[in-house]
Design a protein around this ligand. Structure first.
Ligand SMILES: O=C(O)C1=C[C@@H](OP(=O)(O)O)[C@@H](O)[C@H](O)C1
Ligand SMILES: C=C(OP(=O)(O)O)C(=O)O
Length: 428
């Protein structure tokens, strides 16, 4: 499918909320399924990725009911899970794939996992390697590097794992295997990645401790059900924060956005680039900080973005690159090789797309170099099936008077099914 992006109005004004956080929604369904009792999840993200997680646990016999953004998970705990009759389709969701493999490796059943063409190309050895070290029986294409993958669950042994990846999915997958294994499993990371697994497992009663960048879970302790209120997804909000910054006469307020410090790198980058941004009404829901973010039209300046901030902005880099095309000066993004392993190779897809739209941008081995003050122009573009590229193009089109054709726009529903409705609410 394709969509013509010629918005008559080009400025954004008003207040919206964005849908629930994707990382937190996935985990709430997973941990609710592992816990005995009834878990009610409110403001759940009903995006396709999180629906894949629901379907995976339904296939294992968990009773999950959804009424719009409210999901109720009723489970008898780990012992109540059953062997699925059919292969499990993970759709487009890397988070479902990596976290689920950790859980399935420790359950006494056989599982076959597959995904869509994008997920089928993404590396799974980052999780199958440590799980195999724990004793997991995993086989798959490329010796378990790629889906489809078969898992024969077994008794695992705990592990002390110094992860070579800056990946919350790998950390979480290993911790979940450890959660279902006798003894203590520790994951140590060089750079801290998002910590929703640690926070939420604690809320479900797991015996888990965090010391600096090391997380230790004491396995085979029962979890008890826990209601979860999901904050708004800062990774979705990011598109409107940048849209307001780069269009004239704009002012946008996004309410109830999750402000977990492992996720707020976008706020730091916007401040660094001189965007007019403020945070209001900071509060806490369900153990996660939230607040309202206000952004006004700005005159951004270029920056060098590198190091420990990268995992805190990993999904926001496409829209940050767009912001950089409108900044004064040259922006350099480094240390972001992880971009290559997303729904697309996001170094390649961001550079190709912004180039097609008239930007001066070059790829590097671990990021990109972007010249500012670009006058973007109309083009026929493609999301390449990557939701974040689709949304980046949509925001870019606000700067362009000519026609921008976006092919394959439906993938945006993976993380933000109401993206165009929310954009319409703000456009004036
Ligand atoms: O754990 C998570 O929920 C996620 C971790 C990140 O992936 P990596 O762990 O591969 O960096 C991020 O890109 C993804 O959107 C969600
Ligand atoms: C990389 C992403 O998600 P996942 O890895 O879960 O597919 C994303 O949402 O940008």
């Amino acid at each position: 499918m394709s969509k013509t992006l010629t918005f008559k109005e080009k400025k954004l004004r008003g207040t919206i909320t964005v849908p629930g956080d994707k990382s937190i929604s996935h985990r709430a369904v997973m941990f609710g399924s592992l816990a005995k009792g009834k878990t009610t999840i409110t403001n759940f993200l009903a995006g396709e990725d999180c629906l894949s997680t629901i379907e995976a646990f339904e296939a294992m016999g968990v009773k999950i009911t959804r009424n719009n953004q409210t999901v109720v998970v009723e489970s008898d705990g780990i012992k109540g899970l059953k062997e699925p009759m059919e292969p499990i389709n993970l759709g487009n969701s890397g988070t479902t794939a990596r976290l689920l493999m950790g859980i399935l490796s420790a359950l006494p059943y056989h599982f076959t996992l597959y995904g869509d063409p994008s997920l089928t190309k993404r590396p799974m050895d980052r999780i199958t390697n440590p799980l195999r070290e724990m004793g997991a029986k995993i086989d798959g294409r490329g010796n378990g590097k790629f889906l489809p993958i078969a898992v024969r669950g077994s008794n695992l042994k705990p592990i002390h794992y110094n992860t070579p990846m800056k990946s919350a999915q790998v950390k979480s997958g290993v911790l979940l295997a450890g959660l279902l294994t006798d003894g203590k499993t520790t994951v140590v990371e060089d750079t801290k990645t998002r910590d929703h697994t640690e926070n939420m497992l604690k809320a479900f009663g797991a015996d888990i401790a965090v010391e600096g960048n090391a997380v230790t879970v004491n396995g085979n302790q029962p979890l008890s059900a826990c209601d979860i209120e999901v904050p708004g997804d800062i990774s979705s909000a990011a598109f409107f924060l940048v849209a307001a910054a780069i269009t004239q006469d704009s002012e946008v307020k996004i309410e109830n956005v999750g402000l977990n410090p492992t996720r707020t790198g976008i706020i730091d980058v916007l401040e660094l680039m001189d965007v007019d941004i403020s945070i209001k009404e900071k509060r806490t829901i369900g153990g996660e900080p939230i607040g309202d973010i206000v952004v006004k039209s700005s005159k951004p300046k270029a920056a060098t973005i590198e190091g420990d901030i990268i995992p805190r902005i990993i999904d926001e880099i496409p829209v940050i690159a767009l912001l950089a095309t409108q900044a004064e000066g040259t922006t350099i993004i480094k240390d972001a090789e992880e971009l290559k392993f997303k729904e697309t190779d996001r170094i390649e897809s961001v550079v190709q797309t912004l180039k097609a739209l008239g930007a001066e941008i070059e790829p590097t081995s671990d990021g990109m170099i972007i010249q500012g003050n670009a006058r973007l122009k109309g083009a026929e573009t493609n999301s390449y099936g990557d939701h974040r590229i689709g949304m980046m193009i949509s925001v870019a089109s606000l700067l362009i008077d000519e026609k921008v054709e976006l092919n394959d726009e439906q993938c945006i529903a993976v993380s933000y099914p109401t993206f165009f409705e929310d954009l319409d609410k703000l456009l004036q």
